[in-house]
Design a protein around this ligand. Structure first.
Ligand SMILES: [Zn+2]
Length: 88
């Protein structure tokens, strides 16, 4: 028997850690360092460039009381913490 449960969907964005204002945008390229893939991003305000192990933004799903359903790899993001969810 199937059961439907409503969930919350969040878009996870990465703020620029340099200017603290812009948002990091994926450059649509891949860099391979020591057999691992990294994704170059550029800040849309100051142009700062960073490499991440995932592409921002991405979607993440939570139960109504804030528990994460799928585990996306990556580091916690300030904007998500501001939303009051328990885990990223
Ligand atoms: Zn910036």
């Amino acid at each position: 028997m199937k059961k439907l449960e409503e969930i919350k969907t969040y878009i996870i964005k990465q703020k620029c850690e340099y200017c603290k204002d812009g948002e990091m945008e994926f450059d649509c390229t891949v860099k391979v360092i020591n057999h691992k893939e990294y994704f170059p991003h550029t800040c849309n305000k100051c142009g700062d460039k960073e490499l991440y192990n995932l592409k921002y933004p991405y979607l993440s799903y939570f139960t109504k009381d804030g528990n994460k359903i799928n585990h996306a790899f990556g580091s916690p993001v300030i904007w998500v913490q501001e939303l009051g969810v328990k885990d990223v």
